[in-house]
Design a protein around this ligand. Structure first.
Ligand code: ZN
Length: 259
């Protein structure tokens, strides 16, 4: 966890609650594989084709009620296999009150299907008896250095946005304010806090958001911007602008398919 935090700024599943979310999700994949559930016709009717190519990108629709909400970034929308795992995780969560929570949502039909299916399977032996090991440790040759280089590259993708106009709405380039604190040092001060809040609200990785903040800091330096409003107000505006930027990128296709 220390290494991950140092390299990537956040630890996925780093708290008990988050870790359980992931384990419930993975338990869904495990059952799906063990009982070959995705070959069943109703499975396909509810979730789509399991054989569908795994995307590098997915474009979530944050308001969709066809999918449950469990892991961040509307992950159920990434692929039918993830939709099943996410729906299963909601069903499995104790006291999740899914019937009430998803009342009136098309996603409820998927939950009801899983509820019935799990009752059917209770006590049955898994159909998949293969002993094949996937990527056994003894065959792994990737070093941590390589792993983190790849992971960081993946989350450091080119941000397609230009934010000069937004920055000028928050800060000022008016020479009258030249004695005020610089926007760049202000952003550096609030960087950590803003990064965490926006990551929580949007489900986008902190490392990606930090990368955007870094670009913003550089632009602030180039444009010689100063903080001309009270710090609280400037902080609030930074949060709004950053959230909007991140949401735009989500809509243009953001990938958070696990590495
Ligand atoms: Zn998954």
């Amino acid at each position: 966890m220390q290494l991950e935090r140092k390299q990537m700024l956040e630890v996925e599943g780093g708290t008990d609650t988050e870790c359980l979310r992931i384990l419930r999700h993975e338990a869904g994949h495990a059952l799906d594989t063990a009982f070959r559930l995705h070959f069943k016709r109703p499975w396909r009717e509810h979730f789509g084709s399991f054989a569908q190519r795994y995307p590098d990108f997915y474009k979530p629709k944050p308001k969709s009620r066809k999918f449950v909400l469990h892991l961040p970034a509307w992950y159920a929308q990434a692929h039918p296999a993830e939709d099943f795992a996410e729906t299963f995780a909601v069903w499995l969560t104790p006291r999740s009150r899914w019937r009430r929570r998803y009342k009136g949502w098309p996603a409820l039909q998927k939950l009801e299907y899983i509820d019935g299916l799990m009752n059917e399977l209770a006590g049955a032996k898994p159909r998949n008896r293969t002993r094949t090991k996937v990527e056994p440790l003894s065959e792994l040759r990737t070093t941590l250095r390589k792993h983190y280089r790849r992971k960081r590259e993946k989350y450091n993708f080119d941000w397609p946005a230009v934010y000069d106009r937004d920055l000028l709405r928050i800060f000022s380039d008016d020479p009258r304010h030249s004695s005020k604190p610089s926007a760049a040092s202000f952003l550096r001060e609030v960087r950590r806090e803003v990064r965490q809040i926006v990551a929580e609200g949007t489900g986008v990785h902190q490392y990606t958001i930090d990368h955007v903040l870094e670009n913003m800091i550089d632009r602030c330096k180039d444009l010689k911007l100063r903080v001309a409003t009270p710090a609280r107000e400037a902080r609030r505006r930074v949060m709004i602008v950053l959230t909007v930027q991140v949401m735009n990128v989500l809509h243009s296709g953001y990938h958070r398919v696990a590495l």
